[in-house]
Design a protein around this ligand. Structure first.
Ligand SMILES: *[C@@H]1O[C@H](CO)[C@@H](O)[C@H](O)[C@H]1NC(C)=O
Ligand SMILES: *[C@@H]1O[C@H](CO)[C@@H](O)[C@H](O)[C@H]1NC(C)=O
Ligand SMILES: *[C@@H]1O[C@H](CO)[C@@H](O)[C@H](O)[C@H]1NC(C)=O
Ligand SMILES: *[C@@H]1O[C@H](CO)[C@@H](O)[C@H](O)[C@H]1NC(C)=O
Ligand SMILES: *[C@@H]1O[C@H](CO)[C@@H](O)[C@H](O)[C@H]1NC(C)=O
Ligand SMILES: *[C@@H]1O[C@H](CO)[C@@H](O)[C@H](O)[C@H]1NC(C)=O
Ligand SMILES: *[C@@H]1O[C@H](CO)[C@@H](O)[C@H](O)[C@H]1NC(C)=O
Ligand SMILES: *[C@@H]1O[C@H](CO)[C@@H](O)[C@H](O)[C@H]1NC(C)=O
Length: 570
């Protein structure tokens, strides 16, 4: 009788637990499509069980975007850590397109958010200490970007710096030493308020892959787990892990390393690595990492390094296991959809339909390259409601040498390409007078990699006249410029300029009179290979320049649209 009761009781328990057990989720990678590399994410119970993620921004400004979610499905841009020039004036001085903010780590400790990162001057050799500006930002409310502090500097000749709080109350920073000088993961005690750091000691060499980097430490089941990326951020990228009972090691490598990689596979998702881990409200583990959608062929990947998420199984005392990354994922159960999130930015999958209404500001997800000169961007100036006025910069998008813009800035503003297929268009009111004056739309990767369709004042058969000009700048071969006079029927009109990712490999640049889509003419069909390069991802936007000349004619941009059309995931 007793045993029967026990059986039926346990049956009941099993039944009710299986009834209560939520189902695994289906979700899609990348979770943050487009230029969102080197993710670092935290789950913060005290902030209504929200997950916050930071990513690298290189020379983009505002820099270090923070995305938030409450359901692991709907990700919203809630602000940028680097949002004021005085926080880090040196961002204006970096020379080279691959310079700027590399790899942030976001953490929350005793009611404070910490963002630890490195401003890298990639022009300088790795052994030059001034190449590495290591910094800490402290914040109290990620939904109010103005609460992020100015940068506190600390000394370290390397990058990928990550804070760790030990159980004895001591604080450390773990980081990657300049790998060309001395590859390895180093640690030092640190004061995150003052930037004072102790002696740096090497604690792990990694497993032998090139450039051990992106370290994070997790304390679990009596071990210190140290995870890092190796192999470089290209096709050989991978994530490895080691553990020790003592913070300073010796660390024992997981015999099953790497724990996460798509190297040597045919997956569309390549370069996976630079992972961070977090535990959700149900205590399930997840990893985020960067990935490039380009397949092993690795030729067409204009969106660059994006953020993916993968479920982790991490049993007590055991090594963690990842689910292999693909476009469609099966993972731990997720909380029900919840889009009640503060902050200014859009949800990641949204497009744009921006009318630059009087009294409005540039949307939170609009981005510049290095610090903008604010006088060059005016929303709804007097007499021109519902426009964005661009005052030309002397420099064009290539700037001084393709690497540097000097203090005068470039009149450019855009938004990240986040979709394999999309259509971006604006209307442009521009009446150039002086030779060289130009305004247009660009697929901008860096100052030395961009594809532009401009309206430019050029000497033509009948004298000085506005022309459409497609022009590309890249280390990878680009088509010769395509130049055609603006039809005399159109010169008194506002014009529409459009960039469409018509397929996975090519952009179509079109122009025509505004308000007459049927008259749009395709002017150039261009491969995206020339903007598949480096560490960043493409930004589509508008620019206005005198091309080094004397022109001062302003351009009025209106009817800004970015329509997401398709996401390729395999
Ligand atoms: C940027 O680097 C180039 C190439 O090394 C150099 O010629 C130029 O002077 C540098 N510019 C600045 C502002 O540092
Ligand atoms: C740091 O290193 C220096 C030089 O090797 C040494 O003199 C000093 O005692 C060390 N400090 C600590 C706290 O280990
Ligand atoms: C990929 O294959 C190459 C060549 O066999 C090998 O050297 C490398 O370790 C492999 N990478 C990974 C992450 O498995
Ligand atoms: C649910 O997801 C976890 C994490 O990936 C996995 O370990 C488990 O096998 C999945 N369960 C089912 C029923 O698919
Ligand atoms: C900012 O732009 C305005 C308008 O183009 C220009 O007059 C000014 O010189 C620029 N500021 C700097 C620091 O170059
Ligand atoms: C301008 O418009 C006229 C009348 O619609 C048309 O006949 C002519 O071909 C157009 N010219 C150009 C260059 O498009
Ligand atoms: C994309 O379009 C271009 C131009 O029409 C064409 O040359 C190319 O083959 C297309 N690529 C794919 C993958 O369809
Ligand atoms: C862009 O600016 C640079 C330097 O100011 C100049 O050499 C180059 O010719 C300009 N490009 C165009 C298309 O005018």
């Amino acid at each position: 009788m007793i045993s029967l009761a026990l059986v039926s009781l346990s049956l009941l328990a099993a039944l009710s637990s299986s009834l209560a057990a939520p189902k695994n989720s289906t979700y899609y990678n990348p979770i943050l499509p487009g230029f969102h590399p080197d993710p670092s994410c935290i789950f913060v119970k005290e902030w209504d069980s929200t997950v916050f993620c930071a990513s690298s921004s290189f020379n983009a400004f505002p820099g270090i975007p923070i995305h938030a979610t409450k359901d692991l499905q709907n990700w919203k841009l809630v602000g940028h850590v680097l949002n004021r020039r005085e926080q880090l004036p040196k961002l204006a001085e970096t020379n080279r397109s691959t310079s700027g903010i590399w790899a942030p780590t976001l953490r929350y400790h005793k009611k404070t958010f910490y963002l630890v990162t490195t401003l890298v001057d990639d022009e300088l050799p790795q052994e030059d200490a001034s190449r590495w500006t290591n910094i800490i930002f402290r914040g109290t409310n990620p939904f109010k970007p103005s609460t992020w502090s100015v940068a506190t500097h600390f000394n370290f000749e390397g990058y990928d710096t990550s804070p760790f709080w030990d159980t004895d109350g001591k604080t450390y920073i773990v980081a990657a030493y300049a790998w060309k000088v001395q590859p390895g993961i180093f640690i030092a005690e640190a004061n995150l308020e003052t930037g004072k750091v102790g002696n740096w000691t090497k604690i792990w060499d990694g497993t032998g892959g090139m450039a051990p980097e992106g370290p994070h430490i997790f304390r679990k089941d009596g071990y210190y787990y140290l995870t890092a990326a190796e192999g470089g951020t290209g096709l050989g990228h991978m994530q490895t892990i080691a553990r020790s009972k003592r913070l300073h090691g010796p660390y024992e490598s997981n015999p099953a390393n790497p724990i996460l990689t798509n190297a040597n596979t045919t997956s569309y998702f390549q370069t996976i690595g630079h992972a961070d881990f977090f535990q959700d409200a149900s205590d399930n583990w997840w990893g985020v990492a960067l990935s490039t959608r380009g397949g092993p062929d690795y030729t067409y990947y204009p969106m660059g390094r994006e953020t993916i998420m993968a479920p982790m199984t991490w049993k007590k005392g055991e090594w963690p296991h990842f689910t292999q990354v693909s476009g469609k994922m099966n993972g731990w159960p997720m909380p029900p959809p919840n889009k009640h999130i503060d902050g200014d930015g859009p949800f990641i999958a949204e497009g744009d339909d921006v009318d630059f209404a009087p009294g409005s500001k540039l949307p939170a997800h609009f981005t510049h390259w290095r610090f903008p000169n604010a006088t060059q961007f005016t929303v709804s100036p007097p007499g021109h409601p519902n426009t964005l006025r661009l005052t030309p910069s002397w420099l064009n998008l290539t700037a001084l040498n393709g690497n540097y813009a000097g203090p005068s800035g470039q009149a450019f503003v855009g938004r990240r390409q986040q979709d394999t297929l999309f259509t971006y268009s604006v209307d442009v009111d521009f009446k150039p007078k002086v030779a060289g004056e130009e305004t247009g739309v660009s697929v901008f990767l860096t100052q030395n990699h961009h594809l532009d369709l401009g309206i430019v004042m050029l000497e033509g058969e009948n004298g000085l006249a506005p022309h459409f000009r497609f022009r590309g700048e890249s280390y990878i071969p680009v088509p010769a410029p395509i130049i055609t006079p603006v039809s005399s029927n159109w010169t008194d009109h506002k014009l529409t300029l459009q960039i469409k990712a018509a397929n996975m490999t090519h952009y179509v640049f079109s122009a025509g009179p505004a308000g007459a889509r049927s008259q749009l003419q395709d002017l150039a069909v261009v491969s995206n290979a020339p903007v598949s390069w480096g560490f960043t991802g493409t930004i589509v936007g508008v620019y206005c320049t005198s091309n080094g000349g004397s022109g001062t004619t302003e351009a009025y941009i209106s009817n800004w649209k970015y329509i997401p059309q398709e996401q390729y995931r395999d």
